[in-house]
Design a binder for this molecule. Structure first.
Ligand code: GLU
Length: 464
């Protein structure tokens, strides 16, 4: 494969949010360019003016920025190239590779009807293909159609799909310029890819048949056809094409769920691409391993639980100071205790799968006395456990060095002396200190709160 001067592009249509499938396409194009030391470009395919919105463009740019998929040039806005696209259509007309078609909407409908009646797919029947242009009406609107070769075949050597052959007689003469002289998607994409020097087109396999049509037009223009890699679309857990029905959301929603961009990159990378049995890897590893040959031919299934697990792994690998800042970003009430959060982070992040889970576990560090107990936590405080807490509070009150090791030694000695097990006191202590039945390890909880606070919180519960 010629990979000198690799240029890839992500070419979203800005008609909705940046969804998971689009994000993965962007990631693969980005990684391929980075792997080869090439360039990664962004083209906003906004030729459908009615459906393109600024909000969608912002969502694409924000999503890519959050995912860390930096582009190597200013984004291209496709509709601004319309004059150039029209000029290329003129070239095709001048060379006889395209022609003007004056069919009316009624004629086209009749054509479709005839095809349907004959049990054939609705196609343009070539009415104006070989008609003498001299017969053309003077003042009627026309579209420009590409004169597609009718014989032979187009062979696409796709990096994912392998060799795919399309018979030319299956492809009719598609419109490249509409009657208002605006270019259609099929023409714009070819001209822009050519003008942007794109060497590799990596996109969803819903565009595979477009590749065949595009290859015909490339050939007519005498332009070099880029390499293609058509990646199977992502499916939901039930095997059907991923949709909103499966809870598929915009990338911004995953950010708002407290996922880390590096985890998102890791998980998206594994949606359709693999490197042996590796599930958890850094972005650097991904870029150094990435290639088109390891993209699978069958659709990957999106699995939110797996994404959260991957996120948990990345949370544990994340720097504690950075993580504390991210947690404060989504839970501003924790900001005044950011320093404590940094110290507590190794404990807080141990089992967390999202930033929100960390924020939730960290609440015990900031709650004000007297803390309120959940119903379940309150059950741990009863006539058996309260006296034990009173006795333990005395011991802890006398403890000189307030650190986890000394606290643990002291508590264990107390338990031994009273023939108790940890389970005889930990739930009550946890309830008094955190107000919840679950928390990090109990010795960590005691050590992370200062002594006065611990004694005060116990006191609040036993003096009732
Ligand atoms: N704009 C097209 C889409 O959003 C992609 C076109 C392409 O990648 O060639 O599906």
């Amino acid at each position: 494969m010629a990979t000198d001067h690799v240029v890839t592009r992500f070419a979203p249509s800005p008609t909705g949010f940046l969804h998971i499938g689009g994000a993965r396409t962007a990631l693969f194009n980005w990684a391929f360019a980075r792997h080869h030391g090439g360039r990664f470009l962004l083209r906003i395919e906004d030729t459908d003016r009615a459906r393109s919105t600024d909000a969608a463009i912002d969502a694409i740019l924000d999503g890519m920025a959050w995912l860390g998929l930096e582009v190597d040039d200013t984004p291209v806005f496709q509709h601004k190239n319309a004059a150039r696209h029209a000029a290329v259509a003129e070239t095709l007309l001048a060379r006889g590779n395209a022609y003007k078609c004056y069919c009316t909407a009624e004629e086209l409908e009749a054509m479709r009807e005839t095809a349907r009646a004959a049990g054939k797919p609705p196609r343009y029947d070539g009415t104006w293909r070989d008609r003498n242009p001299a017969e053309a009406p003077d003042d009627l609107p026309y579209v420009v159609r590409f004169r597609a070769p009718q014989e032979g075949e187009v062979v696409i050597t796709d990096h994912v799909q392998g060799t795919v052959t399309f018979s030319n007689d299956q492809m009719d003469d598609l419109i490249i310029l509409r009657s208002d002289q605006t270019p259609t998607y099929m023409l714009s994409v070819i001209v822009d890819d050519h003008d942007m020097g794109v060497t590799h087109v990596i996109r969803g396999d819903d565009h595979l048949t477009n590749a065949a049509r595009q290859a015909q037009i490339y050939a007519a223009l005498g332009w070099h056809v880029p390499e293609f890699a058509h990646v199977p679309l992502i499916h939901g857990s039930d095997g059907a094409k991923l949709s909103k029905r499966h809870g598929a959301l915009g990338v911004d929603a995953y950010r708002d769920m407290g996922l880390l961009p590096e985890a998102m990159r890791n998980y998206l990378a594994r949606l359709g691409w693999s490197h042996g049995d590796d599930e958890i890897f850094s972005t650097e590893e991904f870029v150094s391993w990435f290639g088109l040959d390891a993209i699978g031919k069958s659709p990957a299934r999106f699995d939110m639980t797996k994404l959260e697990n991957v996120n948990g792994h990345h949370i544990r690998q994340c720097d504690d100071v950075a993580l504390a800042a991210l947690v404060c970003g989504i839970a501003p009430e924790l900001s005044p205790r950011q320093k404590i959060l940094e110290t507590a982070m190794p404990v807080l992040k141990e089992r967390a799968k999202t930033l929100f889970e960390i924020a939730e576990i960290a609440q015990f560090l900031i709650v004000q006395r007297p803390i309120s107990l959940s119903e379940k936590a309150a059950e741990a405080l009863n006539d058996d456990t309260r006296p034990r807490l009173i006795a333990l509070a005395d011991r802890l009150g006398a403890l000189e060095n307030w650190n986890k090791a000394d606290i643990e030694t002291e508590i264990r000695a107390f338990l031994d002396e009273n023939a108790l097990k940890l389970g005889d006191i930990a739930p009550a202590l946890r309830a008094a200190l955190t107000g919840t039945p679950t928390s990090p390890g109990i010795f960590d909880v005691v050590a992370l709160l200062d002594k006065t606070e611990v004694l005060g919180r116990i006191d609040d519960q036993i003096s009732q």
